[in-house]
Design a binder for this molecule. Structure first.
Ligand SMILES: [Zn+2]
Length: 113
């Protein structure tokens, strides 16, 4: 399982589509949730949290979680580096797709590679 999929499922953001080839007129691929794909480009429908679009989705979903404040405290306590002059500067550092995704994965915690 990839890191993005792990986070997506942990945050209960929906179905991480995984298509199977089906042989039906007009439909090439289908996910267990019923989502259908027609073209290879449709496989890109799962979010990529390393992009700014993915970051926005992840940020909004994480903010809704009951552990959001706990995550911010964890970030402050466990991830504070001397290069940050204050907490605002630190939080601003994490308004970034991969930095935010990777810290969130650490917090959940992600034990993959
Ligand atoms: Zn699906």
């Amino acid at each position: 399982m990839m890191k993005d999929q792990f986070i997506f499922e942990k945050l209960e953001m929906g179905c991480w589509h995984d298509y199977e080839w089906i042989n039906r007129v007009g439909v090439a691929w289908q996910c267990r949730c019923g989502h259908e794909a027609y073209l290879p480009i449709d496989f890109l429908i799962n979010p990529d949290f390393s992009t700014w679009e993915g970051f926005g989705k992840l940020w909004e979903a994480a903010k809704e979680k009951e552990w959001w404040k706990e995550f911010l405290v964890w970030l402050r306590m466990c991830k504070f580096e001397t290069k940050f002059h204050n907490e605002v500067e630190q939080i601003v550092e994490y308004i970034h797709p991969t930095r935010f995704r990777d810290e969130l994965a650490d917090f959940l915690p992600w034990e993959g590679e």
